[in-house]
Structures are given as C-alpha cells and as structure tokens.
Design a protein around this ligand. Structure first.
Ligand code: DEZ
Ligand code: MG
Length: 303
C-alpha cells in the first residue's frame, strides 16, 4: 500500500485528488468545527467544492443533534447547506429501527440513552420512545427503584429496544433501567461508539464511553448504526445514490471515518488533522487504517 499523500501546500496534488471524486462525504466534529468553533476557511472550501460541481453529504456520528438541528448550526455558522445533505447517526438509527428492524408492535418502543437529536429523529420515523431527555430520569436512584425495576413494575412492557447514544445526562437510574430492559431481551443498539468527542479544541468522553457501563454490565456490544458501520454506508448510498468509486470520505477519526470509507470501498479517503487522530497513527509502520491522503486542516484544500 502506498503511503498517504500529504496534500497541504501541494496545489497540483490537491487538484488531482479532487478531480477523482464527484461526491464528498464530510464528517463534522473535528473536521468542520470543534464544538461551536468553526475551523478556518471551511465555508470557503465547501463553496469551492460546490463550485466544481461536487455533491456534499454531511455524515456525522454526533447523535445529540437531528438533521434539522444541524441545518440550524450550519446557518448559524454561515455555511450554505441543505437539511437533506445531513445524515447523522441519530437518523441512521431511527431509519434502521423503523424500516429495517421493524419489530412487531407493541414491543417496538425504544428506551433511549441520549439527547434530543435521537428523540427528534425517532419522532420523524414514527417510533415511540421513553427515557432520553425525560427529566423524570434526572435524579438519584432510590431504594424503591431497585425493587420496582427488579419486579418490572417500573418498566414499560412495550419497550423492545435500548438505543444508546451520546448522553450528557447519563446516570445510575438510566443505566439500571436500560440494563433491566436488556436483561428482558430488548434489542441493544447504539447510534455510534466513538470513545471520545472533540470539543473546545480538546477531547471528552464520547458516545462509546457514556454507554460503556451498559456494555460492561450486560456483557455484549450494541449493534452500532454509526460510522464505521456499513449499515450506515448502505443507508447513505440508498438515499444519495452515488458511485462509490467516485466518492471520498473526509474525516478526523481513523477508526470511524477512514475505516468507514475503506470498508465501504469508496474511491478515496482524506484524513484531516484538526480532530481526534494524529498523523503518527497512520504513518506508523503496519498501521491498520491508512487514508489515501491527508491535510493538516480542511481549509488547506483551497491550495
Ligand atoms: O462521541 C461522539 O458521539 C462523537 O465523538 C462525535 O459526536 C463524532 O461526531 P463526528 O466526528 O462523526 O461528526
Ligand atoms: Mg469527527
């Protein structure tokens, strides 16, 4: 395998690289921004790609926001984008539950560990749920909770799925409730399992970390519907109908974004060094996941 091409400062190399693709799948956190801090020249770079006739799709594992929320974020950051161009892990999970898993009613209700983005996308797919941002779960567990969870009186008999996403309000009561549903045979799904979340130019526990306690307790991994899951790639391709050989995945994380593109047999992958992964990780001898090319920051594509 040839070493990844460093495109920063290589105008001709950038031109040649961009000419290979008609579609760019863009990761968001760590590539476009860190939280609410937009990286330099992102809007200009996306505009340049659009001016070259490239199709852009925003494929994010951040399940805290819905597609509509992301549209608001793009607008707030003055980045021209359409809601139809966003494909987040909360949408991926909701589509999977509603259109693929399709558990027979009434046991198709979801217990959510996650934020509003998951709830909005489940609503959009007509999937009923409990938990999530419900303030009733934002309290300490009490002695009677153990009894009522154990005897099932505190459980909703229609819950057949536990969906674990990035939850900024995870606590023991929510974990204990989710665990009891899983013990009773609920299907275990995750929007994504990223270990860390790039925010404020630093790293914080990600969805995979806020859900790790449940995985440890129940003794099995959830089926993840976020990158690098190819269920997500199939869903994205099914919606946008692109030629995989003319499509490039752009991301900051090797074990989600770049792996997603490689396993999806896309025409190429481009790593961006403003998020989670460091170049040493993929330049090292025998590195398991190596992008086709990389830039120090997305804006470097302006040449
Ligand atoms: O923990 C998470 O959920 C992820 O770190 C985060 O949200 C990743 O978002 P992405 O980089 O896929 O836009
Ligand atoms: Mg990212």
């Amino acid at each position: 395998m040839s070493p990844p091409k460093h495109l920063t400062g290589d105008k001709a190399g950038i031109e040649e690289f961009l000419s290979r693709f008609d579609v760019f799948l863009f990761d968001c956190d760590g590539v476009l921004w860190s939280g609410d801090h937009l990286f330099d020249n992102v809007a200009e770079t996306l505009e340049m790609l659009r001016s070259k006739g490239k199709q852009l799709v925003f494929v994010t594992n951040n399940s805290t926001k819905s597609r509509a929320d992301y549209k608001k974020k793009f607008d707030k950051m003055n980045i021209p984008a359409k809601v139809e161009e966003v494909f987040g892990s909360s949408y991926s999970a909701a589509v999977y539950i509603a259109r693929i898993l399709k558990l027979p009613g009434p046991k198709n209700k979801v217990f959510v560990l996650g934020e509003s983005g998951v709830e909005q996308e489940l609503d959009a797919e007509g999937v009923s749920y409990i938990g999530g941002t419900d303030s009733a779960f934002r309290r300490d567990i009490e002695p009677e909770d153990f009894t009522n969870l154990a005897n099932g009186s505190a459980l909703d008999p229609d819950v057949g799925i536990v969906l674990s996403g990035l939850d900024f309000h995870v606590n023991y009561l929510k974990l204990a409730t989710a665990f009891q549903y899983l013990q009773r045979g609920a299907v275990f799904l995750a929007t994504n399992t990223d270990s860390t979340l790039p925010m404020a130019h630093s790293l914080f526990p990600g969805a995979g970390s806020t859900g790790a306690g449940l995985v440890k307790a129940i003794g099995k991994e959830a089926l993840s519907l976020g990158k690098p899951s190819q269920a997500m790639m199939d869903a994205v391709e099914g919606k946008f109908h692109f030629d995989r050989s003319r499509t490039c995945m752009v991301g900051d994380r090797l074990n989600t974004d770049i792996q997603f593109g490689i396993e999806g047999k896309l025409g190429g992958t481009l790593a961006v060094l403003t998020g989670v992964s460091k170049k040493e990780e993929f330049l090292a001898e025998g590195a398991p996941t190596v992008p086709m090319a990389y830039v120090d920051a997305l804006g470097d594509l302006l040449g």
